[in-house]
Design a protein. Structure first.
Length: 224
C-alpha cells in the first residue's frame, strides 16, 4: 500500500494559515492604537501576534496591507456577519452599537490623526467601513420597503451616527449599551421613514440579540 507523502516540516496547512492570519489581525489593532500607524512597525506587529516578520510580509506584503485587511475584518463584524433572520432594524442597531465601541472609536480617531500623512488610511476606512455599511443598509431597505426607498440608506447611516458618535470621538460620551443602540436605531429609522410598527413575533429584539453577538477577535482591546 502506497503511503501518502508527508507534509514538508514547518509548512503550515491551509487551516493553520487561516488561524495564523486571524492571529495577526487580532493583535494588529492594539499595536496601531498604541503606536499610531506611522510609528507602528512590522517588528511590533510580529511580536504582538507571536509570528516572524517573514510571516507578516508573506501574508500581507507590508504594514499597510495588515491595516487594510484589519479594517475589512472589523467592518465584517458590523454589517456583514449577521444571523439569517437579520432585519433592517437589527442591522441598524448593530451599526450603532459597534461603531460606538472602544475599538472602533479608537480606530476612527487613529485614522483622523494620521490622515494628513497617510490619506490612504482614510480611503481604506471609508471604503471598507462607511461605504460597506451603507450598501448593506440599502440591501435591507430594498428587501423590506422596495427599490424606491433604497436611496435613503446614506441618510439613515448619518442618522445612526448622529451627535452621539461625535461625542464619542471627543471623549464626551461612553460606549452605547445594547438598549441605547436599539433605542437610537429605532429613532433613526423613524426619522428616515423606515420604521416598522412592531418587532416580528418570535424574533429577538435588537438589544437582546446584541447580548449574544460580537465574540470577535478584537474584543480584548482595552476601552478608552
Amino acid at each position: 500500500m502506497t503511503s501518502s507523502p508527508a507534509r514538508k516540516r514547518g509548512r503550515p496547512t491551509a487551516a493553520e494559515r487561516v488561524e495564523r492570519r486571524a492571529q495577526i489581525l487580532d493583535a494588529a489593532l492594539g499595536v496601531f492604537l498604541e503606536n499610531g500607524f506611522g510609528n507602528a512597525t512590522v517588528d511590533q506587529l510580529a511580536a504582538a501576534s507571536h509570528v516572524t516578520k517573514r510571516t507578516i510580509y508573506s501574508y500581507f506584503t507590508d504594514k499597510a496591507g495588515v491595516f487594510s485587511e484589519m479594517v475589512q475584518s472589523l467592518a465584517v463584524t458590523v454589517s456583514s456577519s449577521a444571523p439569517d433572520d437579520d432585519t433592517l432594524e437589527t442591522l441598524a442597531t448593530r451599526i450603532v452599537f459597534r461603531l460606538n465601541s472602544a475599538e472602533l472609536i479608537g480606530l476612527h480617531r487613529l485614522v483622523i490623526a494620521e490622515s494628513t500623512r497617510f490619506p490612504e488610511l482614510a480611503r481604506t476606512l471609508h471604503q471598507n467601513g462607511d461605504a460597506r455599511h451603507i450598501g448593506r443598509l440599502a440591501e435591507h431597505i430594498r428587501a423590506e420597503f422596495g427599490e424606491a426607498y433604497a436611496d435613503r440608506a446614506p441618510q439613515l447611516f448619518s442618522l445612526l451616527l448622529g451627535q452621539g458618535h461625535r461625542k464619542r470621538l471627543l471623549g464626551l460620551l461612553g460606549p452605547a449599551t445594547p438598549a441605547d443602540a436599539s433605542e437610537h436605531a429605532h429613532e433613526a429609522l423613524t426619522l428616515a421613514g423606515l420604521s416598522r410598527p412592531a418587532t416580528v413575533a418570535g424574533a429577538a429584539a435588537p438589544a437582546d440579540a446584541l447580548a449574544h453577538e460580537f465574540s470577535h477577535p478584537f474584543a480584548h482591546i482595552p476601552g478608552d
